[in-house]
Write a protein that binds this ligand. Structure first.
Ligand code: FES
Ligand code: FE2
Length: 381
């Protein structure tokens, strides 16, 4: 492994114990070389979330994505199975599908080679005179894809354990929420002008809530009611207790699974590298991030309700209010995270010490240092 300067600076930074820790050095946000390592060592090797599986409900429903520089698509096949494949034609390598939609077959927009929903080549015009051509030997390269608790997870890594194994600790932590059954009410994609890690880290701490979100949710969160435990190998989290202000943040009266304070506990889960979920007993929302160069982030954003709330009109009204609020909160987060990126680019930028409420940020920095710089993490049992 060659240690470029930003990696050296990161390794230096994460070696401090938490009670002396500082924020990550600015170079990790601005260096093109560091980004290349993130793409090859993290985004090409980890499980990456492309949103909720329910958005591809019917055979032929698809979405396209650029995963670590590879155009891919995910499609529900005729047997109801989700499949991820290379989105590159096997003839002269045009990309095949655009955006999202539904197809009965996949027809290349260049010379109309036509593929079935499982990626096998069904037909190719005017190819009978090439004696070397055999239709049956063509199939779009398949990419690993799993549905994990209702999430579409994909990876380019042949060797990584299944998502359900790798993320088993996340599941154990929030088992009584039954996240798999949460019903998505909206999903959108956005591009913001900031480094992907700045947005991920913004999600990981609620320290900024009273200030950055003074105009919206800032007043609802008490810093002393936030719990920020040390992170795990594949994720970190913190929790907030919600007061009575928003009924859908609490367990539904019909929900008898959840007990005591769990009924009003919000989990903020950061599943490495970039799936960020706010999970309450009544509703959820999430961001899944992918870098677009050092200075832009592609965001898959969505949310919805737990099943006991999903079919009640009253809850829908509440959720519509939450969505409205989320949109305003996003505008505030966008302002804060774009400012941090501008700041990180400054010659005089220097990281300061972290608050105890930024424990997840410290753990995330160590995760990055492990993946990119071979740092060895230790965990408390
Ligand atoms: S590139 Fe796809 S059919 Fe020619
Ligand atoms: Fe925020």
């Amino acid at each position: 492994m060659t240690y470029i300067q930003p990696i050296k600076e990161l390794l230096d930074s994460v070696s401090a114990p938490f009670n002396h820790a500082s924020a990550m050095p600015p170079s990790v946000y601005t260096s093109e070389e560091f980004l290349q390592r993130e793409v090859s060592e993290i985004f090409a090797k980890e499980w990456i979330c492309l949103g909720r599986a329910s958005k591809l409900a019917n055979p032929g429903d698809y979405l396209t994505y650029e995963l670590a520089g590879q155009p891919i698509f995910v499609m529900r096949d005729r047997d109801g199975q989700l499949r991820a494949m290379s989105n590159v034609c096997l003839h002269r390598m045009s990309t095949l599908l655009e955006g999202t939609g539904n197809k009965r077959t996949i027809v290349c927009p260049y010379h109309a080679w036509t593929y079935s929903l499982d990626g096998t080549l069904r037909g190719a015009p005017a190819m009978t005179l090439n004696e070397g051509f055999c239709k049956d030997s063509y199939r779009l390269p398949q990419i690993r894809c799993e549905e994990w608790l209702g999430w579409i997870m994909v990876t380019l890594n042949e060797r990584i354990p299944p998502a359900c194994e790798r993320l088993a600790d996340v599941h154990r932590l929030i088992e009584d929420y039954d996240m798999k059954d949460y019903v998505e009410a909206f999903h959108e994609t956005h591009i913001w002008d900031t480094n992907w890690k700045i947005l991920a880290e913004n999600f990981m701490e609620s320290y900024h809530l009273p200030v950055c979100h003074a105009g919206t949710i800032g007043g609802l969160s008490k810093l002393e009611e936030m719990i920020c435990p040390p992170g795990h190998a594949t994720f970190n989290y913190h929790t907030i207790l919600k007061d009575d202000g928003l009924p859908i943040a609490h367990a539904h009266p019909d929900n008898t699974r959840m007990k005591g304070d769990r009924r009003r506990t919000t989990f903020l889960l950061s599943i490495y590298p970039s799936l960020l979920i706010t999970l309450t007993p009544g509703y959820f929302w999430y961001l899944s991030l992918h870098p677009r160069g050092v200075r832009q982030v592609h965001i898959t954003f969505g949310g919805g309700l737990s099943p006991d709330f999903a079919n009640t009109t009253e809850a829908e009204t509440h959720f519509a209010q939450v969505k409205e609020l989320l949109d305003e909160v996003n505008v505030e987060d966008r302002g804060c995270t774009e400012k941090v990126y501008r700041g990180a680019c400054a010659g005089l930028a220097k990281p300061g010490h972290l608050s105890h409420l930024e424990r997840p940020n410290y753990d995330f920095a160590q995760y990055l240092a492990e993946k990119i710089g071979g740092f060895s993490r230790t965990f408390q049992l």
